[in-house]
Ligand binder design. Structure first.
Ligand SMILES: Cc1ncc(COP(=O)(O)O)c(C=O)c1O
Length: 391
């Protein structure tokens, strides 16, 4: 039987059938009334998802394209920026900024730990002739499974500077609250293959009025990623270049699904999946890389096994039909990561933990068969889940 494996990586994620089918329609002209109607609906849903009244622009790009657009449109060569680095994606931002000739300062904490809001306060309070133009934060650090306290960091940044707050919400948007306007975020980037429950291919950049002010004087060259062009056309419900119209159909379907569930239900569902995963891993004595539940990302859980080789476990799990992710950069071979974002339901967690137990048994890891599954069941009985959790 040609049964597809259960995909439990932190993106691309499983995609609902109705979203896939929506993308299988014949393409339409992107200069038609039908397209403008589609775009108007999508734009309204995107604002709802970002909890914003401001612009949310769509790019044909991956998340990194959205990161680059979110940076080059609002800054100029030589500007000082402060980047929070506690994993691969924070580091990616810092590398990107350096590559473009920004004066890049980093607040670095070890992988697996969270960025401390007071470190931002201290850094910003230090006298300097040239103020920091932007503070850049990765909300959910996918490489480690840490959820940084974005709300508190944004509060410190606002209290001590005029800096723009640029946020990578690639694995937090749609997964936990990212209320852009309430938290005063200026630029929020995300990508379709994560919490959107969609295939890869679309990047998103939400932009505050303060960021648009900065756009006016920003001096990096830009053309395809010029968000001013996108915004001008978005007002007329169109795009400056040919959009991937079939992905727009998929986006419409996924956003309609999300709206019918509601943000609170979506976030409760993610909490339910995260807690069940963490409870099972604890029961199996597999050390969580982020032991503190308060710092854990509801998108991805990393473990750092000591009594079993992580890569052998990942390989063995694959033999039982479940794909999980490896550690990244210097943590490759030390960590394994279970993604529980996108179109994942409770059954997928049960499947993953059952397969994990089978793989551990193959590797002669000492544990009582069934303790992981029992822990999942117990966790499910304690965390209510919404309708999206069916079956
Ligand atoms: C937090 C975060 N930022 C940025 C990216 C980069 O996205 P992409 O691979 O779509 O370019 C990822 C991808 O996993 C991510 O998890």
């Amino acid at each position: 039987m040609d049964n597809p494996p259960t995909l439990m990586i932190p993106g691309p994620t499983p995609v609902p059938e109705q979203v896939l089918l929506a993308s299988a329609q014949p393409p339409i002209s992107h200069r038609s009334t039908d397209f403008r109607t589609l775009m108007a609906e999508i734009t309204a849903h995107l604002k709802w998802l970002h909890q914003t009244q401001h612009d949310v622009l769509i790019l044909a790009s991956s998340g990194t394209g959205a990161m680059e657009a979110g940076m080059i449109n609002f800054l100029s060569p030589g500007d000082r920026v402060l980047v929070g680095c506690n994993g691969k994606f924070g580091d990616r931002w810092a590398d990107l900024c350096q590559q473009f000739g920004l004066e890049t300062e980093r607040i670095t904490v070890p992988w697996g730990q969270a960025l401390a809001p007071k470190d931002f306060q201290q850094h910003l309070a230090t006298e300097h002739q040239q103020p920091i133009k932007a503070v850049i934060i990765t909300h959910s650090e996918t490489s480690t499974g840490v959820l940084n306290d974005l709300e508190a960091i944004a509060r410190e940044v606002k209290a001590h500077s005029q800096a723009l707050i640029i946020v990578d919400a690639v694995t937090s948007l749609g997964i936990c609250p990212v209320p852009m306007d309430e938290w005063g975020l200026d630029v929020v980037v995300s990508a379709s293959q994560k919490g959107y429950r969609m295939p890869p291919g679309l990047g998103f950049v939400a932009v505050s009025p303060r960021a648009w002010q900065a756009y006016g004087s920003a001096r990096f060259p830009r053309f395809y990623l010029d968000l001013g062009k996108s915004q001008k056309d978005a007002v007329a419900n169109t795009t400056p270049f040919t959009p991937p119209v079939n992905l727009f159909f998929a986006l419409q379907a996924s956003l309609q699904m999300m709206r019918s569930e509601g943000l609170a239900t979506m976030f409760a569902h993610q909490q339910c999946l995260m807690h069940a995963t963490r409870t099972a891993l604890r029961a199996l004595n597999l050390p969580l890389f982020v032991p503190n539940d308060a710092l854990a990302s509801p998108a991805v859980t990393a473990i750092q096994p000591d009594a079993v080789d992580p890569e052998s476990l990942r390989f063995q799990l694959q033999q039982h039909g479940v794909i999980i992710a490896a550690g990244q950069d210097h943590m490759r071979g030390q960590l394994i990561r279970i993604g529980h974002l996108g179109y994942i339901c409770r059954r997928d967690i049960l499947t993953t933990v059952a397969a994990l137990e089978a793989a551990l048994q193959d590797l002669e890891y000492p544990f009582h068969l069934g303790v992981g599954i029992q822990a999942v069941q117990h966790s499910f009985s304690q965390h209510s889940a919404g309708p999206s959790d069916l079956p």
